[in-house]
Design a protein around this ligand. Structure first.
Ligand code: ZN
Length: 593
């Protein structure tokens, strides 16, 4: 009996941004079937209600389709084979849902493939029909090609079950493709959108990063990744950034000028570093979270929120290695690496969020807090990415210093992969700590548990000193946090702003800052300070000229009314962290692997 669930996608409604989909279900035993679309997708922990984008849905004449809730339908089939036709509206530029216009199609299966719940474990196949309006489009996806379908060609793609089926996003457009080999495995760099990338250099750097991660997780003698192919599906837009991990691919979003270009062979711009760090991050996830997973995600329940306290480990450790691997592969110097790490410290320590939310809470409430941040985020929540990466640093340095560099966090990740990831056993919070404790020879749980539950900064100063690195706090303007400014008398307002039609618009206000004390609110439009009209370019200069402690007039528009306040600027607070190598001998312990 053929149990394959078949889908076809055609592009006959592209101008309306509608994927036209047919789902064919084979004959089966039961009288009724349940169809549903996920409400979230792995890697992005927010209820997105993908079913809201289904525009029309109908079954063939012999079956009856009844909606049960916002994302579920009951299909009365009397066991007969049947076909469902539906359309999905797709105009989201992000890596999380689906997009369709006359230039490009992209989708995650979780946005377009209705799940037949009774057939979750069956083979799933999709036929992607070539559009009539553009013969230049090609297809890129990590989903295996069905027999007869050539690489990059329209045709059929097949997955062994529904979970694999929706773990393979599709990029369909006129793209550049470069193939490269890492550890005997073909990797594909897909570049969709206008770019000036020096693709040889990008491939050279990606090769080093991929090989680094393979070496870290896999055992010597069998250094092959746990996939047959890997796809970097990169969408390039004028201004964008993001990524989403999958088992053998990643969907990346980046900006036109993020790449190394051929005219600047020796330039390593911050944008290119960010792109490499993003690619490194998502590739690390191919092991850490796509295969080594919290027990709460084995299996994924995509109908509702799945709460876990472990995202600090899955995102934090991945974030630690995304930048650290740039140093370890000699793409950046150790000094450059410390600069990136300094920025992570600054992001965590800026604002009062870590005094109100613990790492455990940050992981747990990701659904409503981290993924739905408001203007209050820096005052009220902490990121399990950035603070989680500082805990990863704490673990790495603790293991290194306690074992005279016999072991490191690498060994923890290697063991997690072999003990939990490979045999598909979900992790409990304690598992990582137990492995680390075994390496150092004593119980790390009390110390790690304190860091996880504390609502305060992690004190990394003693550990950094042990490895010859100093940590210093410096003052800077809050609206220019990435620029190191040692002038501690810099007058400080305590808010971030962005360009407005006239003046600037307040993005957020720091707790206990002059702006907050004055009563300035996020959303306010600041027109003038000290009778000078300000712009995003001039506000820092105007602020720098104000006298500390003396009231200055500030003119604001709020809800259409002109308001006047007096603001009293203060010296800038020391919220910039700067790490520096003090002892090249001691720092060896951190640099070796
Ligand atoms: Zn991530």
């Amino acid at each position: 009996m053929n149990n394959t669930i078949n889908y076809t996608i055609d592009f006959s409604k592209t101008n309306q941004h509608l994927f036209n989909i047919e789902l064919t279900i084979p004959a089966h035993q039961s009288d009724t079937l349940t169809l549903s679309l996920p409400s979230w997708l792995p890697g992005s922990y927010m209820i997105r209600d993908f079913a809201k984008n289904i525009v029309i849905i109908s079954s063939d004449g012999s079956t009856k389709l009844t909606a049960i809730d916002k994302q579920t339908w009951l299909l009365n089939t009397q066991g007969k084979a049947c076909t469902i036709a539906y359309q999905v509206y797709a105009l989201d530029h992000s890596v999380r849902t689906a997009f369709l216009d006359t230039r490009r199609a992209f989708f995650n299966g979780s946005s377009v493939f209705l799940c037949v719940n009774e057939f979750v474990d069956s083979t799933h196949q999709v036929l992607i029909k070539e559009p009539e309006f553009d013969q230049q489009w090609q297809v890129a996806t990590g989903m295996p090609r069905a027999s007869g379908t050539q690489k990059y060609q329209f045709g059929s793609y097949v997955a062994s079950d529904y979970h694999q089926f929706i773990d393979c996003p599709f990029e369909i457009s006129q793209f550049d493709h470069i193939e490269f080999d890492v550890a005997g495995c073909t990797h594909h760099l897909i570049l969709s959108g206008k770019h000036y990338a020096d693709t040889k250099r990008v491939v050279k750097d990606l090769t080093k990063l991929c090989q680094h991660h393979i070496n870290l997780f896999e055992s010597e003698g069998a250094l092959t990744p746990p996939f047959n192919e890997y796809w970097f599906l990169t969408n390039i837009v004028p201004n964008g950034f993001g990524g989403l991990e999958h088992k053998n691919s990643t969907a990346l979003l980046c900006s036109t000028f993020d790449f190394a270009n051929i005219n600047e062979p020796n330039q390593l711009t911050p944008q290119y570093k960010s792109f490499l760090s993003l690619a490194s991050h998502e590739y690390f996830h191919a092991w850490n979270v796509c295969r080594i997973k919290p027990v709460e995600f084995t299996p994924y329940d995509l109908t509702t929120e799945r709460y876990t306290q472990q995202l600090w480990a899955y995102e934090g450790i991945t974030s630690y290695y995304d930048d650290f691997s740039l140093y370890r592969t000699a793409i950046i110097s150790f000094e450059d690496y410390l600069e990136l790490l300094s920025k992570t410290f600054t992001r965590v320590n800026r604002g009062s969020g870590q005094n109100k939310q613990s790492l455990i809470e940050s992981s747990f409430y990701t659904w409503t807090k981290f993924y739905q941040q408001g203007a209050d985020a820096q005052n009220n929540i902490v990121s399990y990415y950035t603070k989680g990466s500082l805990l990863a640093l704490w673990l790495d340095l603790t293991i290194r210093t306690e074992t005279s560099n016999q072991y490191s966090l690498d060994n923890v990740m290697h063991q997690l992969w072999h003990k939990f990831g490979q045999p598909s056993i979900g992790t409990e919070l304690i598992d990582l700590i137990t492995i680390a404790s075994e390496l150092v020879g004593y119980d790390l749980y009390p110390a790690v548990s304190t860091i996880l539950n504390d609502k305060k900064a992690i004190d990394l100063t003693p550990l950094l000193e042990k490895v010859g690195v100093s940590i210093e706090q410096m003052a800077s303007k809050v609206d220019d946090v990435l620029k190191i400014n040692t002038n501690s008398h810099q007058p400080y307002l305590g808010m971030m702003t962005k360009t407005a039609a006239t003046g600037v618009q307040v993005v957020n206000v720091s707790e206990d800052s002059p702006a907050e004390i004055t009563g300035i609110s996020s959303g306010d439009q600041i027109i003038a300070i000290d009778n000078l009209v300000v712009s995003q370019q001039s506000i820092a200069s105007v602020t720098a000229c104000l006298t500390i402690g003396k009231p200055a007039q500030i003119a604001i528009i709020r809800h259409g009314e002109l308001l006047m306040f007096d603001i009293v600027v203060r010296p800038a607070i020391k919220e910039i962290t700067k790490l520096k190598v003090m002892s090249p001998n001691l720092v060896n312990i951190w640099q070796q692997f």
